[in-house]
Design a binder for this molecule. Structure first.
Ligand SMILES: Cc1cc2nc3c(=O)[nH]c(=O)nc-3n(C[C@H](O)[C@H](O)[C@H](O)COP(=O)(O)OP(=O)(O)OC[C@H]3O[C@@H](n4cnc5c(N)ncnc54)[C@H](O)[C@@H]3O)c2cc1C
Ligand SMILES: NC(=O)c1ccc[n+]([C@@H]2O[C@H](COP(=O)([O-])OP(=O)(O)OC[C@H]3O[C@@H](n4cnc5c(N)ncnc54)[C@H](O)[C@@H]3O)[C@@H](O)[C@H]2O)c1
Length: 458
């Protein structure tokens, strides 16, 4: 059995670990799919390339309120799709080529089949070779979770792994789920002229967000798409080429294609991590401590397979922590999950960091809130925005921010000064008043919301 200093399973964030500081280490990289993992190949990057294109396609529908009459002449799906993957596919191939052929990686060996643990620190690489190592990094991510619906497999469906490579645009798309992926793809496909029906089990879309954000988004989504809430699919079938979804309320939704976006499940099962003694929780997530160490000495995990946050910036941060801890295990770094922001790139954009109002209430945290509409700031007037807002929560006594939630144009960018303020423990008033805010730019939304916080001091 070949023995390595380090085996890394998964080339998403895991592949960022080996650098010049590992020269001299015998490293195996195990990846059965494309190099770059979910984010590069089927996640963040292609979706946002589609989202930007969708935003452009949607412009004419919004411009007449500004007195500019525009017309969308067409959407060339094959060109849109091929631009995205024409850019991405070579990056994945280049990533593999670098690890396989570049002199920097002379001591790196690649295994390209589905691997699974077969014993303590023993990995069956799926290539006919079983390997061992002193250290492992489990960075094998997750995959779409497919609900158990009678007829679903026979009906045929897409997930986020396949829907971006459709041969042609469907006329009608049914989306099962009401989370991040459903919200982003509903925006993308409807902007391209596809009639979208969204079927969601719970009563509000993007649950888990602050309830003011969920309510506003659900209200807007309902105007744009056929949204079925508090509904599940009892049975699916395909008739005359069309997907037919029988809902539990008796209604039938017909579509040309179906996208299942009902959450993701970690790949710990397929990797059989228990065979090496690595502990998983009730959701199949690998259990790690604050240093990303699993229950087995020398085995680390990171990213979607272990993290409570299924976000690329978190996976990358955890990979940096693991890299340090591999190199200097006697002085390990702790992971920093204090203020993890995220954005949903739908229409309108949504961004969030810290506590929602519901969480603050449940945790018994003392808080005050401030709310500012885009329609109250000059650039919001310029854009004729009537639905966007920022909501900020702060501790009334210390003036420290507890959470921030934005729905509206550029929300994913506008949130950043608030992430910074929270990360560096800055007082809300200081952030609002001790720096210039460019007038009349969109960040005035944040400045005004901060100034409105009814703080007891400062
Ligand atoms: C549609 C979509 C859009 C997203 N958009 C965003 C976004 O805008 N912003 C954001 O922050 N996050 C986004 N995410 C989440 C983000 O993509 C993930 O959090 C991130 O990619 C996780 O990285 P990772 O390294 O943990 O795993 P991955 O990138 O999934 O890497 C795991 C790798 O392990 C390989 N692997 C798994 N099992 C085995 C095995 N047994 N043997 C060999 N190889 C194996 C897989 O092939 C894969 O390449 C999105 C996700 C999806 C699905
Ligand atoms: N912009 C981003 O950062 C981004 C974008 C896409 C995905 N992601 C990551 O990927 C993860 C997975 O995304 P997702 O949208 O698949 O999951 P999600 O957890 O965000 O949403 C799942 C949705 O499916 C619904 N659901 C579950 N089972 C159902 C059923 N049987 N019938 C009907 N509805 C059902 C849930 O109520 C929920 O609304 C996200 O949690 C996120 O961390 C991030």
């Amino acid at each position: 059995m070949r023995h390595f200093d380090l085996v890394i399973i998964g080339t998403g964030s895991g592949n960022t670990i080996p650098n010049a500081r590992f020269s001299g280490w015998d490293i195996a990289i195990v990846e059965h799919g494309k190099f770059g993992g979910t984010c590069l190949n089927v996640g963040c990057i292609p979706t946002k390339m589609f989202v930007h294109t969708a935003d452009v396609a949607e412009t004419p529908a919004k411009s007449s309120r500004l007195g500019v009459d525009e017309q969308l002449l067409g959407v060339r799906w094959p060109d849109i799709r091929d631009r995205v993957f024409g850019r991405i596919d070579p990056i994945a191939a280049g990533g593999r080529d670098y690890r396989e052929n570049h002199p920097d990686n002379a001591k790196v060996t690649i295994y390209d089949q589905v691997a699974k643990f077969v014993g303590h620190k023993q990995l069956d690489t799926g290539t006919g070779e079983t390997i061992t190592a002193d250290r492992f990094v489990i960075a094998a991510g997750g995959r779409p979770m497919i609900p158990d619906i009678p007829g679903l497999a026979e009906t045929g469906f897409h997930t986020s792994d396949t829907v971006m490579r459709l041969e042609k645009l469907p006329k009608r798309l049914a989306i099962l789920g009401g989370g991040f992926i459903a919200a982003e793809f509903a925006h993308v496909f409807s902007s391209f002229g596809v009639r979208v029906t969204l079927i969601n089990r719970s009563g509000r879309l993007l649950r888990g967000h602050d309830s003011d954000i969920c309510s506003r988004f659900t209200e807007l989504a309902t105007k744009r798409w056929d949204v079925r809430l508090d509904t599940t699919v009892a049975r699916a079938e395909r008739q005359n080429g069309a997907v037919r979804l029988h809902l539990d309320d008796g209604d039938v939704v017909e579509a040309d294609e179906l996208l299942v976006a009902t959450g993701r499940t970690p790949n710990s099962d397929r990797l059989a991590v228990e065979a090496t003694g690595v502990e998983v929780d009730e959701n199949g997530k690998v259990v790690v401590d604050a240093y990303q160490r699993t229950s087995v000495d020398g085995i680390y995990a990171l990213g979607d397979i272990s993290s409570p946050y299924e976000l690329k910036h978190v996976a990358n941060h955890e990979a940096r922590v693991v890299r340090h801890n591999l190199l200097d295990p006697d002085h390990p770094l702790e992971v920093n999950h204090r203020f993890v922001p995220h954005a949903v790139f739908t229409e309108p954009q949504i961004a969030t960091v810290g506590l929602t109002e519901e969480q603050a209430r449940e945790q018994g945290v003392r808080y005050v809130t401030a709310h500012e509409d885009y329609s109250s700031i000059a650039y919001g007037w310029a854009m004729e925005d009537t639905t966007g807002f920022a909501k900020i929560l702060a501790d009334p006594d210390t003036g420290l921010l507890l959470g921030a939630h934005i729905i509206g144009p550029q929300a994913s960018t506008l949130i950043q000064p608030l992430v910074q303020a929270m990360s560096f423990g800055q007082h809300a008033r200081t952030v609002a008043t001790d720096q210039y805010w460019i007038h009349p730019a969109l960040p005035e939304l944040i400045e005004n919301a901060l100034l409105k916080l009814p703080l007891t001091a400062g």
